[in-house]
Design a protein around this ligand. Structure first.
Ligand code: ADP
Ligand code: ADP
Length: 239
């Protein structure tokens, strides 16, 4: 059963640059997909099209059989609630605690005036704590985000996405700024979340080597076009 479906998707930026060209992709529930390609190939555009952080120019994208392309207002918010996002630059509030950062992932979706004042229900705190346990950061709940290493910060952002209980997690070059050892920890966390919860994960990477090590399915993009889509074993360096 397909959870992300691209139907003839094109994206042309206002300056005429083609971000995506006639993209047809089906991703099934529970898949762990890695998107590779050189800088400028369209990886980030593809990922951001999935949760409509970027609008596409033509075609349609279905999330769990619902059109996110056509969705408006509440409908769009409901679809987006199922999609967690992880960025290269972590996007944490530097001066806030780890716990607060993980909790604010939920504020965006269910804000109440109490939450805006920083008061969170006990269940939310428990859930945030459980997410932090999944990424082995439970002992850092009260540490300020900017006191953590890059890898730890990225794992906080994974916990933040997880707390949202998403069906899909999108990770845009999540390890681009990390060293090899830390990279493995972050990739292992993503893989484990995929296996333990069956969350569908789409990760952008520029390293084909890393993609081969972790992916089960690799999508290759070049100039916005699909140039490879298949199992890891068949992926070559030209992918
Ligand atoms: P990747 O993530 O693979 O590096 P991107 O999706 O960021 O590639 O970019 C794909 C192409 O679209 C590139 O040529 C890039 O310069 C262009 N692009 C990306 N964002 C914009 C934008 N906001 N306006 C114009 N062109 C853009
Ligand atoms: P983000 O989308 O997270 O802000 P990006 O790295 O995608 O970060 O791009 C930074 C800014 O530059 C964005 O406003 C994006 O729209 C713009 N941008 C990226 N690539 C291009 C490009 N080739 N031409 C014009 N603007 C671009």
């Amino acid at each position: 059963q397909s959870i992300i479906s691209f139907k003839k998707v094109d994206k042309v930026y206002p300056n005429g640059v083609h971000g995506l060209r006639d993209l047809n992709i089906d991703i099934k529930k529970g898949e762990f997909v890695i998107v590779v390609g050189l800088s400028g190939a369209g990886k980030s555009t593809m990922l951001r099209a999935i949760n409509r952080l970027h609008e596409i120019s033509s075609g349609e994208i279905l999330i769990d059989n619902q059109s996110i392309t056509k969705a408006k207002g509440k409908e769009l918010r409901l679809i987006r609630r199922d999609i967690g996002m992880i960025f290269q630059s972590f996007n944490l509030v530097k001066r806030s605690s780890v716990l607060r950062n993980v909790l604010t992932g939920r504020v965006a979706y269910h804000p109440t005036w109490k939450m805006l004042l920083g008061l969170f229900p006990k269940e939310d705190k428990e859930r945030a704590y459980q997410s932090l346990q999944r990424v082995n950061l439970a002992e850092k709940v009260y540490t300020r985000a900017d006191e953590l290493s890059g890898g730890q910060q990225q794992r906080v952002s994974i916990a933040r996405a997880l707390t949202q209980k998403p069906k899909i997690i999108l990770a845009d070059e999540p390890v681009a700024s990390l060293d090899p050892v830390t990279t493995e920890k972050v990739m292992d966390d993503l893989k484990r979340i995929n296996q333990d919860f069956g969350i569908t994960i789409v990760v952008n990477l520029h390293s084909v080597e890393l993609a081969r090590q972790y992916g089960t399915r690799i999508i290759g993009l070049r100039d916005g076009s699909l140039v490879f889509d298949g199992p890891v074993a068949e992926a070559t360096d030209e992918t």
